[in-house]
Each structure stands twice: as C-alpha cells, then as structure tokens.
Design a protein around this ligand. Structure first.
Ligand code: COA
Ligand code: AMP
Length: 635
C-alpha cells in the first residue's frame, strides 16, 4: 500500500495552482472552442470554470468514441430482472438512437437552453433522453419515479419545461407503477403550461394519450431525422437536478457543462480506477445525482461500458442479484449505497449466494449516499476480499468530495471514514462561530471557495437562495450541511447532517417537507418529524402529531390518513409509515422544537435535558409515546 505521497502532491497542486491543474485535465475533453480562462473568480462568491470554452457533452460521451475507434464497443448494458430483459448497445448504436431522438425532440421546438423534464423509469430510453437533450444543448431535469404528482408539479413550475418525456410505467417488485396518471395529475396541478409530452409505451402498461398534447415516442423517433451535436458554452447548464431543501420548495441544483465533463473524466481513472473499455456499474437510479454522474455521463465520457440495472439488490430474484450482474457482465467496479449491502447481508448473512458466481474481474466496491457503517463495510470486505471505498457525495457537488483514489494512489482504508479530499476540495471543520477546529474534533464540514469544477455554480433562478443556503453562514466557505471530523492524517469522517435533512435508504429527504404535509391535515395543530435509526434503511421518518382541541376521532385514523397523505403528496420514496399522537411537543422557551433530543431518545442514545426547555414533562410524554411504538428501548 502506498504512503499517499502521490495523492498528497496532486491534491496540494490542485489547491496551489487550480488553473494549471484543471487546464491539464481539460485536455482529455473535446472542445469546439478553447476556454478564455480556466477559472473566472472576478465575481465572488460566484465562480465559473472554463468561461469562453465551448463543447457538447453528448459529443464527448458518444460521437468522439464512435469516431475514435470504439464504435463497436458496448456502451450500455440494460439488465432488467423485473422485466426479464437484457439488451446491449454499442457506442455506434447508442449514438444513432440518441441522434434520432434528438431530432424528434428538436422537431417539437426544443433547442439550446430550453428545459425538458424527464420522468422515466430505469430503461435505456431514459439514458437516451438525457443524452438527446445534451446533444441539442437543452437542459434536462430528471424527476425520480418514486416522487408523487405534487413533487413533479413543483419542478414543472420551477424550471418551466417546453417538453416532458416519460414512459407508461415503472416496475417495482410486485407492482407496476403507472406513470401517466401521475404525470397528467402533475400537469393539472402546475401553473406552467406543458404543450407537449413524449410518451414511451412499455408493454407492461399502456398510457392513455391526451390528444393534441401527447406524442408516441416510437412514432416520433421513426419520423425523425438525426440531429447533430450543438456546441454550448462551458458555463451553460447541462442539467438541473432538484434536491430536498429545508422547505417544501426543492432546490434546483444547476450543473454546468464544461467543468462537469472535465471532473468526471478525471474521476473515472483516478478515483474509480477504471480503464476505457472496462465495465463499470453504478446501481443507483438515473433520478439521483449518482445516476447522472456514474450511470450516464462519467462512464460514457470515458469510453467505458455502463450498466443500467432495473432491479433491486434483493428480491429480484434474490440476494445474489448483484453478484450475478457483476459476474455476467464482467464489471470491474460497483458503486452503490450501504443500505443495499445491509439488505443483502440481512437475507444472506453468510454470503452463500456469492459462491455461485465468478467475480474474478471485480476489483473495487464504492459506497456512498449515506454514512458507511463500519459493520456493513467490514462484512462486505470479508465477503468480497476487495477494497471497499466509502466516498462522500452530495447532489450539489456532482462528484465525490472525498474518497480513496484507487486508480491514482490507493491509501489505507479506515472504516467509518470517507478518506481524503478530492482535488480542488480544501475542507475545514468549523465551530458555531466559524473558527477552525482541531484534528479529531467534530464540527461543521465546510469547503473553501472556489469549489472544483463539476460542483454547482448556483441554484436554478435562485442566486440569492444559493448564497443564503450555502455561503452566508461561513463567509468564504461552502457549508456542506454535514458534520464530521478530519483526523491527523487528513482523513475525513462524515457523521450526520446538521440540518433537517434525513437519509432514507440512500435517498435524501427533508423532514421539514414532510412536516408541511402533516400540518396540512385538518386534525393536526402542530407536528414534528425526525429521522429514527433503522437497521436496513439507515434512517426512516417518524412523525409526532398534536391534534387540534375537540378532535375526538380515534388517533389511529388521523395517523393512517397522514401516512397516506405523505405518500400521495411526496411519494412512496419518502417511506413515511409511522406517526404517533402526543399531547404537546417539547420546546425551548423561545419555541424551538427539540427535534435533536427527540431523535436521541428514539435511538436510545445518551441525552441531556436541555437547559432552555420550557417544560421537561413534554419530553417524558414523547419518551412514553416512543416506547409504546417500540422505540426508545435503550434510553
Ligand atoms: N418508482 C416508484 N416507486 C418507487 C421507486 C420508483 N422508481 N423507487 C422506489 N419506490 C417505492 C418502493 O416501491 C417502496 O414503496 P413501498 O413503500 O410501497 O414498498 C418505496 O418507494 C421505498 O423504496 P426503497 O427505499 O427503494 O425501498 P425498498 O424497500 O423498495 O428497497 C433497498 C430497499 C435498500 C433495496 C433500496 O432502497 C435500495 O436499493 N437502495 C439503494 C439506493 C442506491 O443505490 N442509491 C445510490 C447511491 S446514492
Ligand atoms: P444526496 O444529495 O442525495 O447525494 O445526499 C447527500 C447527503 O448524503 C450528504 O450531505 C450526506 O449527508 C450523505 N452522504 C453521502 N455520502 C456519504 C458518505 N459516504 N458518508 C456519510 N454521509 C454521506
């Protein structure tokens, strides 16, 4: 194992000479116009990478590989145990399909800078739709299929798309999720008018078309002429991806084109240790940032083969599913969330199913999306016998903030730590007043500005919110919203969020957003939502309801209704299943709900009575309610 000297020298250079460092990495990308400047830092806190440069992300992901000798190499493998389908696309085939789809959407008036919402299941057409938008210089915004109509409507109104691309259904184990009724409801709820929808009909469900608005995808593609790549500015948005904020209004994270292509290209070799032509598998969903970066753009920009997996780690058909996919397609790396491994471990604790498969090509497991708990990491390490790299990520950052750079200079793994900062990331741990803390002390993790290429330059149509939410608290820094520590060797451990974001099975949710839904129920006077520890999903949301005076229905009825309301308004992905009715909420004298203390009680962690509490008896009531619900067993 290395001493990390190569990494440390490279990281130091990325901070001391960012322009020189990133200009070198940018040579690996095709530009139609070279940048005027590597970094524009003339209007802090806004920074722009490669201004003046022009390129096309789809050209870099497809056409240049077709022209450069990879035309017959597999670009995309679609493996769908839920439909019993497997299909491969060469770079040439994928380029041709994408060019034709781009022609079809251009025929609907979509051009450079126009937004297109994609509400798609995990099928090749989802990847094609993203790349077709990129080909035209249009800005895609993918909405995860597990979100409800209301969430889709919020995104429609925020990014005002010209077109929505969808499919008739998604497939969850045991049920077909009809997308079209959800889409129709969302369009009905939204204020913004949607002139056109392109609908891909899957055999598992037929979508009812709205005459004059909806077009059949296959027919539109059949009638289209292939469209060439349209160069865009390096600083133009490639996509908008919405993520949970502290309110019901999600944040539209903007990803620019040039810096993102450069950063992802660099990461494929140096972080993931993959060579062009090898098979790389990210078992996420295209609806999440990880899916954008490492199912679609990263592997294709790099000339690798990517796998699109429409299935789960367990139950499709069993806990050997991941081993089957790795062995069958000869994947050298897998990127997934720890929760997927907890699910596998629960069903097959001794890893018996692994013995049926040949994993000789498999080199590294990458985990992200939530804290990698040491027992899961150690179990995976023992079972697989390959390095397990826990790396830290956010929708905002587009690629890893920290990781172990196995393709550059693999360093010793410390379970519980996400290893060391990516190039361009200068992290500090700050106390409440913004002072830097010592090695090993837990505080707010913050990155010094400017952040490296690939990270978000702003929020969609919301520069002020960008500044207020991320940059205002610690001047000169990006506030990550995560707390953790950096040890004496520079290893970073991410412990928890400092805001009201919780992480449910690797999915990011806002408790504030769930509270808004609960508060809208007629019976509810006040409410609070916390994330309680869950063996499989890491955390699950848990609600506390205070009912209005005079409500004399059985509390269980209200609980059942709010559970349905959250599923209906936010979607099944929120996984909100449990709430209890309590007489009041514990608060400080200034009226702040003591969510942190409630969470510690629920998880059986040590807690102290806050000095500012209004009435200690309220906490006892919460504890009693939690105990009855099967929580707070250790406190
Ligand atoms: N469309 C519609 N519904 C969806 C959906 C989609 N695309 N994805 C999930 N859902 C639904 C599920 O069916 C489930 O509904 P239910 O409550 O009716 O059962 C609910 O949303 C919660 O889904 P999920 O969190 O996926 O739970 P699960 O029990 O189905 O699966 C895991 C659990 C651990 C297997 C799964 O969460 C998983 O694989 N997570 C890994 C995530 C990941 O890899 N992230 C990438 C790294 S960041
Ligand atoms: P998302 O924006 O959905 O990717 O979620 C980002 C959040 O997930 C981060 O702010 C962290 O709270 C959490 N997270 C992601 N990766 C890790 C990791 N490796 N360790 C700990 N937390 C993580």
């Amino acid at each position: 194992m290395s001493t990390g000297d190569t990494y440390r020298a490279l990281h130091a250079r990325s901070l001391n000479d960012p322009a020189g460092f990133w200009a070198e990495q940018a040579e690996a990308i095709d530009w139609t116009r070279r940048w005027d400047k590597v970094l524009d830092d003339s209007t802090p806190p806004f920074y722009r990478w490669f201004p003046g440069g022009e390129l096309n992300a789809c050209h870099n992901a497809l056409d240049r590989h077709v022209d450069g000798g990879r035309a017959d190499q597999t670009a995309l493998i679609y493996d769908s145990p839920v439909t019993g389908t497997k299909k491969s696309f060469t770079y040439r085939a994928l380029r041709d399909d994408v060019a034709r789809l781009a022609g079809a959407i251009a025929a609907q008036g979509v051009g450079r800078g126009d937004r297109v919402i994609l509400y798609m299941p995990m099928i090749p057409e989802a990847v094609m739709a993203m790349l077709a938008c990129a080909r035209l210089g249009a800005v895609h915004s993918v909405v995860f299929g597990g979100f409800a109509a209301n969430e889709l409507a919020t995104r429609i109104d925020d990014c005002t798309p010209k077109l929505i691309m969808t499919a008739s259904c998604g497939i969850e184990p045991g049920r077909v999720v009809q997308y079209k009724p959800l889409l129709d409801a969302a369009i009905g709820l939204a204020k913004h008018n949607i002139p056109r929808c392109l609908v891909f009909q899957r055999p598992q469900a037929a979508a009812t078309m709205v005459a004059g608005r909806d077009l059949d995808w296959s027919e539109a593609v059949a009638a289209a002429t292939p469209h060439a790549c349209v160069p865009v500015k390096a600083t133009d948005p490639l996509y908008i991806l919405y993520t949970s904020g502290t309110t019901g209004q999600p944040k539209g994270v903007v990803r620019d084109t040039g810096g993102y292509c450069v950063a992802l290209q660099w990461s494929m070799k140096n972080l993931y240790g993959v060579a062009p032509g090898e098979v790389y598998w990210c078992a996420s969903d295209v609806g999440w940032v990880v899916g954008h970066s490492y199912i679609v753009y990263g592997p294709l920009l790099y000339g690798a083969t990517t796998i699109l997996y429409e299935g789960k780690p367990v139950g499709t058909p069993d806990a050997g599913a991941f081993w089957r996919v790795i062995s069958e397609h000869k994947a050298v790396a897998l990127f997934t969330a720890p929760t997927a491994f907890r699910a596998i471990k629960k069903e097959d604790p001794d890893g018996k199913l692994l013995k049926q498969y040949d994993l000789s090509k498999f080199r590294t497991l990458f985990l992200a999306g939530e804290r990698g708990d040491p027992p899961t990491i150690e179990w995976a390490q023992k079972l697989l016998g390959v390095p397990i790299v826990d790396h830290w990520w956010q929708t905002e950052t587009g690629w890893a903030i920290c990781g172990n750079f196995v393709g550059l200079d693999p360093m010793p793994v410390k379970p519980g730590s996400t290893s060391v900062p990516s190039p361009g990331w200068h992290l500090d741990v700050l106390d409440e007043r913004g002072n830097r803390m010592k090695a090993g002390e837990v505080g707010a993790l913050a990155g010094r500005l400017p952040l490296p290429p690939g990270t978000f330059p702003t929020l969609w149509n919301a520069d002020q919110r960008y500044k207020d939410a991320y940059l205002a608290e610690y001047p000169g820094y990006y506030k990550t919203g995560d707390a953790g520590f950096i040890d004496a060797d520079g290893y970073v451990s991410v412990m928890t969020r400092v805001d009201d974001v919780i992480n449910v099975a690797g999915h990011r949710l806002s408790t504030g957003q769930i509270e808004e839904v609960l508060a809208s129920h007629n019976d509810v006077a006040e409410c609070a939502v916390i994330g309680v520890a869950d063996e499989l999903k890491g955390q699950v949301p848990f609600g506390f309801l205070v009912l209005k005076a005079g409500i004399d229905r059985p509390p269980a009825d209200t609980v059942r209704e709010v559970v349905l309301l959250v599923r209906d308004r936010i979607g099944p992905v929120a996984f909100f299943k449990t709430a209890i009715v309590v007489p009041r909420l514990p608060k400080t004298r200034s009226g702040k709900i003591l969510r942190g203390t409630m969470q510690k009680i629920a998880d059986g962690q040590p807690w102290t009575l806050p000095a500012t509490i209004e009435d200690p008896a309220a906490l006892e009531e919460i504890k009693g309610g939690l105990k009855t619900a099967g929580y707070a067993t250790k406190s």
